[in-house]
Design a protein around this ligand. Structure first.
Ligand SMILES: [Zn+2]
Ligand SMILES: [Zn+2]
Length: 69
């Protein structure tokens, strides 16, 4: 189980390494660089699935939408 992902802010393109919470689907997080809210698009599961380099733990557990399987 990977729970650390690099997320790239869509506002300032700043990559930051964040720890994903295992049981929580996070639709929004705040960028540590520009303080803008990073919001997942409606067609994406969560911010990690939309902007992170790996799927979130929820998706990893479900085994779906997982390109690393
Ligand atoms: Zn930002
Ligand atoms: Zn997700």
């Amino acid at each position: 189980m990977l729970n650390t992902a690099t997320i790239v802010c869509p506002h300032c393109q700043h990559p930051s390494e964040e720890t994903m919470r295992v049981r929580v689907v996070e639709r929004t997080i705040r960028c540590s660089e520009c303080s803008e809210t990073i919001e997942a698009p409606a067609d994406k599961h969560c911010v990690w699935c939309a902007y992170g380099d790996i799927p979130c733990p929820v998706v990893q557990n479900a085994g779906s939408c997982n390109p690393y399987k």
